[in-house]
Write a protein that binds this ligand. Structure first.
Ligand code: FPP
Length: 242
């Protein structure tokens, strides 16, 4: 078993310490309302902010969201530009409000292809919030799970291939030594993990919902957490009910 805290089966309260979310269904949500896809992403960004606030209220220590994958560049340019504009808007608001909210913000992914302005805002957000202890929000941008593992292997090789175990290898991932997600939520009806946190999700409980991400509200998160709390996490061992 990894020593990254996962033997606690979530937090001491029984709630997950770390929730990861694939924010899926924005495009379909927009289509159903006769709106352009970017309107769906805008509603998705509102849903993300609502969820981050609610997680902080519940005392969930880490929230990691998949905002833009290494594959999402294949989308039409106006959609990609729309998502970038939403990210900029979010980061600008976060820079304005962070002293009040005290949430640490981290970006996981290679920022090199983004505009200098977006990169600067990402870096500022990470630097200025680094010491905050009111929870941590990780935004995966230009992120791919396989890409992350390959980068980890390259970092290890660049350090001269030191003695390796799971924890050490995990420390080369974007999140470093933060605990792995206890719960992965994927709204939007699809049942796959789409190259998200391939290393970190090894023992996560999976929760799939047909609700589209813009409609995924506090009550839906409560349902996901209740489902999580009703599960027995065995980490490969024999459980109490067996
Ligand atoms: C997947 O839904 C969603 C995305 C690829 C983008 C997610 C981006 C945001 C929620 C906005 C920016 C985020 C932040 C953190 C401010 P989809 O478009 O694939 O939906 P579909 O399957 O219905 O087409």
């Amino acid at each position: 078993m990894s020593a990254k805290g996962n033997d606690l089966a979530g937090g001491p309260s029984g709630l997950p310490r770390h929730i990861a979310v694939i924010m899926d269904g924005n495009g379909r949500w927009a289509k159903r309302q006769g709106l352009p896809r970017t309107a769906g992403h805008s509603a998705g960004a509102d849903s993300f902010r609502r969820m981050a606030r609610y997680c902080q209220k519940l005392g969930i220590e880490y929230l990691t969201v998949y905002a833009f994958s290494t594959e999402n560049w294949k989308r039409p340019k106006d959609e990609v530009d729309g998502i970038m504009a939403l990210l900029e808007r979010y980061l600008r608001q976060a820079l304005r409000d962070m002293d009040k909210e005290k949430v640490r913000i981290r970006i996981f992914g290679d920022l090199a292809p983004f505009s200098p302005e977006l990169r600067r805002m990402c870096e500022q957000c990470m630097e200025r919030s680094a010491a905050y202890t009111g929870g941590q929000v990780n935004i995966c941008l230009n992120y791919g799970g396989r890409d992350e593992i390959v980068r980890a292997a390259k970092k290890w090789a660049a350090e001269g291939c030191p003695e390796l175990d799971e924890d050490r290898f995990g420390s080369y991932m974007w999140g470093g030594s933060i605990p792995d997600p206890d719960l992965l939520i994927r709204p939007g009806g699809e049942k796959r993990i789409s190259n998200f946190l391939l290393w970190e999700l090894a023992y996560a409980e999976l929760y799939f919902s047909d609700v589209l991400w813009p409609d995924f509200d506090e009550a839906e998160l409560d349902k996901a957490i209740a489902a999580y709390c009703g599960r027995e996490r065995r980490f490969g061992a024999v459980g109490e009910s067996q």
